[in-house]
Unconditional design. Sequence first.
Length: 205
Amino acid sequence: MQEVILKVYSFTELAEDIQKKVIEKNRYIEVQFNNWYEGTTEDFISTSEEKGFKATKTYFTGFSSQGDGAMFEYDGIEDFLLHEFIDEQKTISPMRKKWFKSQAVVSGKGKHQGHYHHEGCCYHNIYLEFKDSYSVAPNIADWIGSFDEEFERFIISRYQGIAKELYRDLEKDHDNLISDESVKEGLIANENSYTQEGKNVNDLV
């Protein structure tokens, strides 16, 4: 049996070129072995009503393949989105806009569909109704119904924009975690020991 004395170094004691090799070897360590995205997705769900949707669950894949993206399921739509839609309608008089806002009720759900997870992978059920629909005259009911498809397109467009923002935020977090500076900070914090060639001593045991 022979005893081998091995000289070891902290990360900061390694030569600069060796540090670069160690960083490259550990490039994806922070995004492979923990739920790095949870902070972003949890914040998104908790603040989603401010964006107009009551989000319940998020999905994403990324970040370099066709079909990558992010989407979310939701179980409700906030009234202010309907008000924004009405305000944009140039064919509605101010008086009718005011009445529309006071009487309209909007609801909706969005569920994931398909094999991908981008902004186009949501099946939307959107309903535009009125509080006292039984008392609405037929001609008024027809007028109200004429906005259904346009309102649905408005909601889907808004949804897709928000889903794209979520994806950009996740991609930004991911890119930050695999950056040289972030990986270096993690390696220093772990206080591992290395050989002169940059091999982690724990891997030699």
